[in-house]
Design a protein around this ligand. Structure first.
Ligand code: ATP
Ligand code: LTN
Length: 335
């Protein structure tokens, strides 16, 4: 990788908190594979973030490995991308603590994800859930990332990361690269199929609203057939007045490459039934090869182990350098 140091760098991650959804695919993973030639790319399983909400240990391990297989099946070639597990690289915890001390209570209190998750987990509003953005800032800044490709819901977290980095640099000089979010124009916010005013999310209690990347074709089709629309039977893009139909149009557009105009013409005068079937079928075809390849990869655990071990080594190499620099700047005595 030495001859690639001139390339701009990318870091992103997903919490292995459950089965990945169509939202995480369209909002994030789908866009990652295309970046490998132009950028030096690091993608992690953010398992340390995941324990901010209570997990069943065996499920967390299974989700972490499945997520790695899904990354590879979605086109992330481990030879061209560094794929690693966050907890395998101690630098995340090390820088996370330092950045906790440069992140303000007030700014953490304004985070939408904290407000949402503390409402959903009222019996476990722990300190990690609150300081989550400082750990996420560490994830990004450790790699001196230029770009952070995420869905629209994570924009606020990339912004606070920029604020923390700017504050730190203001005190100690140019330690961190200030990263930019990289959010897709369409598909940045895939909404629930049953309550289109809410984001499609893997921790959603209503499985009917959420399409999983590894779900069976018949289940996917059934969910799209039941998707909430409206009563005026017209396929037209208008997120405010027609949130359900507009969400389906976005999904169909990303899955097929068709523009909104083309979709409106295709379904002009036809009912929602045809439209919902077409969207469901396009998603089945989009996800089928990924599901098959993920299953194939999961049968070869030793290959997956070799990928995450090599990933941890490469990631640590970069991340440890940043921690060394930061420890020196803040005044820790060298060992
Ligand atoms: P959780 O329910 O555990 O909070 P989630 O499903 O809401 O998880 P993640 O899977 O952690 O979200 O998100 C992974 C990536 O996918 C992030 O970059 C996020 O911005 C993006 N993403 C998640 N859900 C959506 C969505 N509905 N639309 C677009 N992008 C999404
Ligand atoms: N917060 C993100 C997951 C995440 C991440 C990151 C994304 C953890 N660390 C670093 C980009 C960069 C989420 O909840 N989807």
């Amino acid at each position: 990788m030495e001859n690639e140091v001139h390339k701009k760098r990318i870091l992103s991650g997903i919490q292995p908190s459950g089965d990945l959804t169509l939202g995480s695919y369209l909002g994030a993973i789908k866009n990652w594979a295309a970046l490998a030639d132009e950028y030096d790319c690091y993608y992690m399983m953010a398992d340390m973030h995941t324990i901010t909400v209570r997990q069943v240990p065996a499920d967390l391990r299974r989700h972490t490995l499945t997520q790695l297989a899904t990354y590879i099946a979605s086109g992330l070639d481990p030879e061209k991308n560094v794929l690693f597990v966050q907890s395998h690289v101690p630098a995340h915890a090390q820088l996370g603590w330092v950045l906790d001390c440069y992140t303000m209570f007030g700014e953490l209190s304004r985070m939408t994800q904290f407000k949402d998750k503390s409402a959903k987990n009222a019996d476990n509003i722990n300190a990690g859930l609150f300081t989550y953005p400082a750990l996420m800032a560490a994830d990004i800044l450790l790699y001196q990332a230029d770009l952070v490709p995420v869905g629209g819901d994570q924009k606020q977290h990339v912004e606070i990361c920029r604020d923390i980095a700017t504050r730190f640099n203001g005190i100690y000089g140019d330690v961190f690269k200030i990263p930019e979010p990289y959010i897709p124009p369409v598909g940045a916010r895939v909404m629930s199929l049953t309550s289109p005013e809410n984001k499609m999310s893997k921790s959603d209690k209503d499985p009917g609203g959420c399409v999983y990347m590894l779900e069976k074709a018949e289940d996917i089709l059934r969910k799209f057939k039941k998707a909430v629309t409206d009563s005026d039977a017209c396929v037209r893009f208008d997120p405010a007045a027609k949130p359900g139909v507009s969400n389906l149009m976005q999904i169909y557009s990303v899955a097929t490459g068709k523009t909104f105009d083309e979709i409106e013409r295709e379904f002009d005068g036809r009912g929602y039934g045809d439209f919902k079937t077409a969207v469901g079928e396009s998603v089945v075809e989009l996800l089928r090869p990924i599901r098959e390849e993920t299953e194939h990869l999961l049968a070869d655990k030793s290959y997956l182990e070799s990928v995450y071990r090599a990933g941890a080594e490469k990631a640590s190499h970069v991340a440890d350098r940043t921690v060394g620099k930061v420890y020196k700047k803040v005044g820790f005595l060298a060992r």
